[in-house]
Design a binder for this molecule. Structure first.
Ligand code: KIV
Ligand code: NA
Length: 264
């Protein structure tokens, strides 16, 4: 199986082929996600929420992201692996951003990085691309700025923010981003962004785009109680796990497990 490259992802847009992306944070899940045929795997800082149980993505550290990314890389043969740069690892100076970007590339083996923001981080992105690091942008609802936004509502509903978002997409494409994620923006704005730039636009809660991304725990029904309108839930893993674990408890307590075959 040939490894998916950033060039292949870019060619998919040119060929009108949709890009399927999901998150992963650990080895066994990443191996399944990869074998199921996803084109890109995101080691998202949503690990802060779904792995660690935090309210936001703010607290996850660079070391923690590196641990998740290393685990995912070991499970993937085909998909392009993208790692989120966590809050604080690229906002201080361009030099600091580049140092942290290099560290993730050296220590994890991921194929690309993702950063939240537009024009304000384009210098840092330019430096990374110059250094040979593929970068994916992220615009719209950027969860690392949640305290600025004051909530997880739809972004860029107003003209000014929508205009700025299209401009930011152009700046990111110009800075060398190979793709851009747009999160929770109106579907008609996503269409405009996808038409404004030649790089693939990957949507989440953003309607049709050049591809889609979801958090794997959310779409598998493992993140109980999280049911936003944009999410399609493909399984009830929480129920599967609850039933299996309940049966295990029953079997241990009754003495049924382990049986004569399940011992040495
Ligand atoms: O961290 C994440 O899971 C993400 C996607 C939702 C785009 O950034
Ligand atoms: Na993220």
């Amino acid at each position: 199986q040939k490894k998916v490259t950033t060039r292949k992802i870019q060619a998919m847009k040119a060929e009108g082929k949709q890009i399927a992306m999901l998150t992963s944070y650990d080895f066994t899940t990443a191996r399944i996600v990869d074998q199921a045929g996803v084109d890109m795997i995101l080691v998202g800082d949503s690990a802060s929420n779904v792995m660690a149980g935090n309210e936001t993505t703010i607290p996850i550290t660079l070391d923690e992201m590196i641990y998740h990314a290393r685990s995912v890389v070991r499970g993937v043969k085909r998909a392009l692996v993208v790692c989120d740069m966590p809050f604080g690892s690229y906002q201080i100076t361009t030099e600091d951003a580049l140092r942290n970007a290099v560290r993730i590339m050296k220590e994890t083996g991921v194929d690309a990085l993702k950063l939240e923001g537009g024009a304000e981080i384009s210098d840092s992105i330019g430096k990374m691309v110059t250094a040979g690091i593929p970068v994916c942008g992220h615009l719209g609802l950027t969860p690392q700025s949640i305290h600025k936004f004051g909530g997880y509502g739809v972004r860029a509903k107003e003209e000014a923010e929508a205009t700025k978002l299209i401009l930011d997409a152009k700046v990111l494409a110009e800075a060398g981003c190979f793709a851009i994620v747009v999160e929770k923006i109106p579907a008609d704005l996503t269409q405009k962004v996808a038409e404004a730039v030649s790089v693939p636009i990957i949507g989440i809660g953003a309607g049709s785009a050049d591809g889609q991304v979801l958090v794997v725990d959310d779409m598998l029904g493992k993140n109980e109680g999280f049911r936003p309108k944009f999410l399609r839930v493909y399984a009830n893993i929480a129920q599967v796990m609850t039933d299996a674990i309940g049966q295990y408890v029953t079997d241990v307590k009754s003495g049924d497990f382990p049986n004569e075959q399940e011992r040495y």
